[in-house]
Design a protein around this ligand. Sequence first.
Ligand SMILES: Cc1cc2nc3c(=O)[nH]c(=O)nc-3n(C[C@H](O)[C@H](O)[C@H](O)COP(=O)(O)OP(=O)(O)OC[C@H]3O[C@@H](n4cnc5c(N)ncnc54)[C@H](O)[C@@H]3O)c2cc1C
Length: 452
Amino acid sequence: MSATNSHVIIVVGAGPAGMAVASSLAKAGHEVIILNRDIKFGGLAEYGIFPAKLKLRGGLKKQYWDMLEQPNIHYFGNVTIGNGKDLTVEDLRGFGADAIVFSTGAQGTKSIGVEGDSAQGVFHAKDVVFHFNRLPGYGDRPFEMGKHVGIIGVGDVMVDIARWLIRYKKVERVTAIARRGPVERKYNPKEIRSVCSNMDLERITSEFARVKDRLAAVGQKADDVLKGLTDEFTKCEPPVSDTKMGFRFLASPKRILVDAHNRVRALEMEENKLEPKGDDTAAVGLKQYYEFACDSIVFAVGDKVDETLGLPYKNGVFVTNPNKTANDPDDASFQAYDETTGKIVDGVFLAGWARKASEGLVGIAKRDGDWCAEVVNRYLATTAAGSRSGAKIVLDKLAIALKSRKSHPVDVKGLHVLESIEKQHQGEADCIGEFKYASNQEMIELIEKGKA
Ligand SMILES: Cc1cc2nc3c(=O)[nH]c(=O)nc-3n(C[C@H](O)[C@H](O)[C@H](O)COP(=O)(O)OP(=O)(O)OC[C@H]3O[C@@H](n4cnc5c(N)ncnc54)[C@H](O)[C@@H]3O)c2cc1C
């Protein structure tokens, strides 16, 4: 079964990065064991990318299915690594694999430290995205979005959330709130097509008039910028609601103001100006404050990694080796690093959003996974083949540990059971995408019945 140069690698996380790592290492002849928190593989390709993007999601799914059929890939869904979870990082290190790659994405929530953010009507983008993608634990929880939703952030995730609010929730108004100005918007112009038929052009024009002088102070001509922004409103998807969408620029949220029921009633904002910063600009607060009325707020300001996982962590990211090694590509380090000891964590690597939180699209995560696999391969070349444990020994140790923790791992056979049941439910999808199970429990019961 194994090639003579075969090593055993554990990959934690089956999103686009982890699947790329696993695919490359399996192609190189190694035995790869994938452990994934979600029962299903795909990560954000399953539970993040907007559900209506059926072509992109379907293409990735097919690719991942083909990969998982490889005899040297062993998949275990529903297995979470972390302190107090199914297995700890130390457990994994004790199984005797030759390398471990963490491609667990950016599962932590970035807070911008705004007072009042525990009020009703305040949401983090990731939770909202998991909700409309029906990730078990989120799909069935109520998300009361109110009438006027302020989304803090102007990237692609803001657009996805606006899309859901406009096309499915049909709220009255959505405002994207930016610390800087329209020039510094981060979304991809193609993405805005899903919401541009709902743009409130009159309000957008008056918002530009409001910030015109502050744009001019850094050489930005408001009229030209407005034209550039609205020229992107082409090939708009036909409207399905009366929702009005607009922008608020040069605004930093300072405080969330609530009503007597602790429900959001407004955001206290600080006016900003722009200052040049190298080739870019920086927002500088003007200490002028005002209330911006809205009854829901979504923070779409990026994510950080999950610090409870058990890897060396600092300032929102897992720490990687600051000293370049011969195995690394030019501009990146994939090896975990412990600053307290000043040593690399031997045999432990990072890939994708676990290495660089919220960085780029699926293609970037895949490329990161491919690069990581190259680095791991070079590392393994310095380790005698099978110097540690063979795949069977590692798999046996894993099975014993999971049994003793009363975990319910789901293998590829189990996934096939789910897939065949899903096919029977096609056509029962909610308006937003394909059929999804409500809970892990439901999936596990169906798998057990299907396998019996
Ligand atoms: C809202 C949103 C919309 C997006 N839309 C697009 C788009 O339209 N097109 C596009 O190309 N890109 C899109 N992206 C970007 C794309 O989803 C990411 O680039 C990519 O998913 C990152 O891959 P990853 O494997 O690093 O992480 P993830 O996709 O997050 O995968 C992480 C995996 O790790 C597992 N995991 C997490 N924690 C643990 C743990 N403790 N133990 C075990 N397993 C764990 C999870 O179950 C998951 O399977 C979008 C991202 C977001 C947030």
